[in-house]
Design a protein around this ligand. Structure first.
Ligand SMILES: CC(=O)N[C@H]1[C@@H](OP(=O)(O)OP(=O)(O)OC[C@H]2O[C@@H](n3ccc(=O)[nH]c3=O)[C@H](O)[C@@H]2O)O[C@H](CO)[C@@H](O)[C@@H]1O
Ligand SMILES: C=C(OP(=O)(O)O)C(=O)O
Length: 428
């Protein structure tokens, strides 16, 4: 096991390239098994969530080959084997194997998903959707069993706007009989990306990107090749790091529209930037002002950028209030920022940040993926050395994090955990 070491205070300058989107990749890989032929996915990020999903597909008999960022998935020999806890628990998106296997085989047996611990993350809307399509769902000792004699299209109203439920129902519905209508669907760009892959495979889907999606089921799906959209959360993270420490940073391979809510808030803080067709250019922004933020479903401010921007707000003059309306207790990073000298308190589902406070390097723990990103940004801003444990969370979602930051002039590297740190992690 390793920790990240960040020597703070070095300005960032140069160009970095954004990888394919994690939250697309982790849905596209399960979606590929719905085809009866080989599916090729390009620009996959080299992150542990992608590796774990590839292993899950191999567990059920798929042939998965990788050349660089391209993955070929041959699902012709897969069988509906149960997928018990273990790998399934290592990531959130293993829940997409439910929709994909239900669509393909009319049955699935899968352990409950893992992923970032952000407080309660129910999957009742996924189950409501599967049941509406005709599946019987039972939870037996931590395994979900889904069985359907027939999958028939249905009208499904989501009580909560959910990315996962929207995609999972879409996966099950593309091979159901007749028309499925998902109302109050989520509109995130990753949902459009998954629908693009399914449509290339021959699925009939209309309305993605709006809150009503119509799917007409088809009997078979063909081979296709698909290129993933850039990761808006990775792009947002580096944009925030550049706002914190950048002299001149060019962020390449972005879709600026996907980041509009973040860019609007950064402008409000006084961050100097230029927005190109597929690039962002962030200039040195010394006098940052406090702002208030509320996370919302897309196109609102992404909850996945709430933790990184909280670190930046310690550098802004005045009091900022950041409210997470999606995950009310996504604030485990706050105690760690406090250790580094931040003046922050959590009240209900808000973090109140009193700025500006200088940060100082110390030992901190990444409890989840974006908490890790927040602590890396804090480490870049802080004086001296920050040691971050819990790197495995960061590796779930950031490709070549150190290499990218080093190319901008940051001083960041990995070291093995000491015996004491390993023991500490086991007991916490
Ligand atoms: C792999 C992936 O794509 N993960 C993303 C996905 O997670 P995930 O798909 O798990 O998040 P959802 O969009 O489903 O969750 C949104 C909200 O709905 C609630 N909810 C969700 C489903 C359900 O059946 N019942 C229910 O009550 C959740 O507790 C949460 O409060 O969207 C989140 C919200 O943008 C992001 O933070 C995650 O990065
Ligand atoms: C919460 C996240 O991921 P997951 O849903 O995969 O846990 C995230 O990407 O910030």
């Amino acid at each position: 096991m390793e920790k990240l070491i960040v020597e703070g205070g070095h300005p960032l300058k140069g160009k970095i390239h954004i990888s394919g989107a994690k939250n697309s990749a982790v849905a596209l890989i399960p979606a590929a098994i719905l085809s009866d032929h080989v599916v090729t996915i390009d620009h996959l990020p080299n992150i542990s969530d992608v590796h774990t999903l590839a292993l899950l597909l191999e567990d059920i008999g798929a042939k998965v080959t990788k050349q660089g960022s391209r993955m070929n998935i041959d699902p012709r020999n897969i069988i509906p084997m149960p997928l018990p806890n273990g790998r399934v628990k290592q990531l959130r998106a293993s829940y997409y194997m439910m929709g994909a296997m239900l669509g393909k085989f009319r049955k699935a047996a899968i352990g409950l998903p893992g992923g970032c611990n952000l407080g309660p993350r129910p999957i009742d809307q996924h189950i409501k959707g599967f049941e509406a399509l005709g599946a019987r769902v039972s939870n037996e000792q931590g395994m979900l069993y889904l069985r359907a004699d027939k999958l028939r299209g249905a009208r499904i109203y989501l009580d909560v706007v959910s990315v996962g439920a929207t995609i999972n129902i879409m996966l099950a519905a593309v091979r159901a009989e007749g028309r499925t209508i998902i109302e109050n669907a989520a509109k995130e760009p990753e949902i459009i990306d998954v629908a693009t892959l399914l449509t290339s495979m021959g699925a009939k889907i209309k309305g993605v990107g709006t809150n009503v999606i119509r799917i007409d089921g088809v009997k078979t799906l063909r081979s296709c090749s698909h290129s993933i959209i850039p990761d808006r959360i990775e792009a947002g993270t580096y944009t925030i790091a550049a706002a914190a420490m950048g002299e001149e940073v060019l962020i390449d391979n972005v879709i600026p529209d996907h980041l509009e809510s973040l860019l609007a808030k950064l402008r409000e803080m006084g961050v100097q930037m230029e927005v190109g067709d597929d690039q962002l250019f962030i200039r040195s922004s010394p006098d940052l002002q406090s702002i208030d933020i509320k996370t919302l479903v897309y196109p609102g401010f992404a909850t996945d950028l709430q933790q990184p921007i909280t670190a930046l707000l310690t550098k802004a003059k005045g009091t900022s209030i950041v409210t997470d309306t999606i995950y009310h207790s996504r604030f485990k990073h706050i105690d760690e920022l406090k250790r580094m000298g931040a003046d922050v308190k959590v009240e209900g589902s808000s973090a109140i940040i009193y700025g500006k406070t200088p940060l100082e390097g110390t030992k901190v723990k990444a409890t989840d993926l974006r908490a890790g990103a927040a602590l890396v940004i804090a480490g870049l801003m802080g004086k001296g050395i920050t040691q971050i444990t819990g790197v495995e969370h960061i590796d779930r979602g950031y490709e070549n994090l150190e290499e990218k930051l080093i190319s901008l002039g940051a001083k960041i590297w990995r070291e093995p955990l000491t015996e004491e740190e390993q023991a500490d992690l086991k007991t916490s």
